[in-house]
Design a protein. Structure first.
Length: 164
């Protein structure tokens, strides 16, 4: 498998990112979020999101097909920290190392930040284990998202020591 990790640049890549977003939510979150939220998360809605947020995105491509992406940037909660805003890989590519490669590429883009945060659904055990393997630890922050109908937890990677 020859996977390329690159900056999202073209309309096709943006549409591919939208598809990965949509498909990943519908494959991963049934039973974890409000069914009404998933019903409203259409491919068209994901395309709107993708075209309105084209910056700080890297895509993983298998030939010409986008199979994953990572979004990164300055933390919305603390400007001195970085944040991984989203990391998704199509289910057929899970376990292949693409998620780790995307994470590594996103962390490289955030190398000036001493702490990196990521929010995930508390009940998403697979994501929790993945972020743990990448060095993130739960930092005690939780918040309920009424629209999604689920609790999110924050995990933090502290690059200089193990204290969160």
């Amino acid at each position: 498998m020859d996977i390329e990790i690159k900056k999202m640049e073209t309309e096709d890549e943006t549409r591919g990112k939208a598809y990965v977003h949509w498909r990943s939510w519908h494959d991963t979150y049934p039973g974890l979020v409000n069914p009404e939220y998933l019903d409203k998360l259409t491919l068209e809605k994901c395309e709107e999101i993708a075209f309105s947020w084209p910056d700080n995105l890297l895509v993983a491509k298998d030939k010409e097909r986008v199979v994953g992406f990572v979004g990164y940037g300055q933390s919305t909660e603390n400007p001195e920290d970085g944040e991984i805003f989203a990391l998704y890989v199509l289910s057929g590519y899970l376990g292949t190392g693409i998620g780790k490669r995307l994470m590594d590429a996103g962390l490289e883009k955030l190398k000036e930040y001493p702490k990196i945060h990521v929010w995930l659904l508390k009940e998403n055990r697979r994501a929790f284990r993945f972020y743990e393997k990448c060095g993130f630890l739960p930092d005690g922050n939780e918040k309920m998202s009424p629209s999604v109908g689920a609790v999110g937890i924050r995990m933090t990677l502290n690059r200089f020591n193990n204290d969160i």
